[in-house]
Design a protein around this ligand. Structure first.
Ligand code: HMG
Length: 406
């Protein structure tokens, strides 16, 4: 895995004060501490390319071993030319490979992940690997309820046979989809439209369907026994995290679904306390990075996974974790995987703490200045950080990028 985030962030305490909101609403109510703010030189392409470069370096994979590059995004930069084609050029990847984007709101990255996993599992990859990148800049209107849940970032994953970090349970997943208008971004709009409270309900309804589907398949495959609750047989569960409190609501929902087949096992009256304890043990460890970056749409679930492995890699080796991906609109999938044998070494290369520490805090005035800028026409005037890429503007309708020399 490789993670790339903007160089700047806003502390949500500063946003709360400026908006006249009790800071506890953001920290306790939403579970958010900071949000990443992309400046004009950082766009979906530059973040994706940086995350991809980091993932290839961490896996020590020769680009010639790649047969597929997929970028999941809902904040692309062109109606036709995919983000992946820019990344393909910036990373100087080989010609003999498939290169495309996948889109379904925050589920887009998971669509790319499954395409890669099933390509490898089918044997069609013939020993080659795939690079899957989730990259987005999440923006809501200023002073709206969604404002404190913004963020930006990219997570890249090398998908290969004999995985080092996580071996996905191929064919064991549950999906749930419905046509709803919970969150969308009409063509030409820079910020999302959202029916916030309804979107939370849509997420929870989708989760119930997807989780029940996963349980059924996992049981049929002999991955689950009946002596304890299904969710407790997962060492940890990572969720799509639009804001951290959502993961708490999600885990309560999963335990509610466990009630389907565990009425006799379960002390319903004590469930509130058990759900809170289960959340602390199984979910909270994945949320530290999410609470400091915000919603990164397609990459959000995988940022939670990276954060979890960053914290607990050695303890989790060989254990099964659950993953839930949700994309508004909506589609969703619950799946699982076992933590791989070389996870500790790969987490060291991921260096999530270093990525977070390299940021600079901005004040509210600077935040408002950045949000008011008319990107994309201008591009940025910041030169790229070592090893990274910067969007420098549009010339003759062509987006231009600079890459650092080191
Ligand atoms: P809101 O209406 O401003 O907030 O918007 P609220 O009044 O519901 O309060 C939020 C929580 O803070 C509540 O807790 C309050 O009690 C608590 P809850 O009842 O939920 O447990 N609270 C406080 N706690 C402590 N001290 C205080 C205090 N005041 C209040 N003083 C909303 C919240 C999530 C709706 C808004 O932020 C929003 O619209 N966000 C964007 C949409 C979103 O993230 N939806 C999530 C599900 S959809 C999804 O995940 C897909 C998505 O990622 C897009 C994609 O797929 O591409 C968004």
């Amino acid at each position: 895995m490789g993670v790339a985030i903007p160089r700047r962030y806003l502390d949500l305490g500063d946003l709360a004060i400026a908006r006249g909101v009790d800071p506890l609403k953001f920290t306790l109510g939403l579970g958010a501490r900071e949000m990443a703010i992309a400046d004009p030189s950082e766009d979906t392409v530059s973040l994706a390319a940086e995350a991809g470069r980091r993932a290839l370096a961490a896996a020590r994979l020769e680009p010639s071993k790649l047969g597929m590059l997929v970028v999941g995004t809902e904040t692309g930069v062109d109606h036709s030319k995919p983000v992946s084609s820019y990344v393909h050029g910036l990373l100087e990847l080989p010609r003999a490979m498939r290169v495309y984007d996948t889109q379904h709101a925050c589920y887009g990255g998971t669509a790319g992940l499954w395409a890669a996993v099933e390509w490898i599992a089918s044997g069609a990859a013939a020993g080659r690997a795939a690079l899957v990148i989730c990259s987005d800049i999440a923006r809501y209107g200023l002073a709206t309820a969604g404002e404190p849940t913004q963020g930006a970032g990219a997570v890249a994953m090398v998908i290969a046979e004999n995985p080092a970090m996580l071996a996905i349970d191929v064919g064991i997943s549950g999906a749930s989809s419905t046509h709803v208008h919970d969150f969308w971004r009409p063509l030409g709009h820079r910020v999302a439209e959202v029916d916030g409270h309804y979107s939370v309900q849509c997420y929870l309804d989708a989760l119930a369907g997807a989780y029940r589907g996963w349980k059924e398949r996992a049981r049929a495959a002999g991955l689950l026994h009946t002596a304890t609750l299904a969710s407790e047989q997962l060492a940890r569960v990572c969720y799509h995290v639009p804001f951290c409190k959502m993961a708490k609501k999600a885990h309560v929902q999963v335990r509610r679904c466990d009630l389907d087949d565990a009425r006799t096992l379960w002390d319903v009256a004590g469930e509130e306390a058990s759900a809170a304890a289960a959340f602390r043990g199984q979910v909270e460890p994945s949320l530290v990075a999410c609470s400091r970056i915000g919603n990164i749409y397609t990459g959000s679930l995988y940022l939670a996974l990276a954060g979890l492995l960053d914290r607990d890699a050695a303890r989790l080796r060989g254990q099964r974790v659950g993953l839930f991906s949700y994309g508004s609109g909506c589609t969703s999938e619950f799946f699982s995987g076992s933590v791989g044998p070389r996870v500790v070494e790969r987490v060291r290369a991921l260096d999530l703490a270093g990525v977070l520490a390299a940021r600079e805090r901005i004040d509210f005035g600077e935040y408002e200045r950045i949000m008011a800028l008319n990107v994309p026409a201008g591009g940025g005037n910041q030169s790229p950080r070592p090893g990274s890429f910067a969007f420098t503007g549009v010339e003759d309708h062509r987006r231009q990028y600079a890459r650092s020399s080191s």
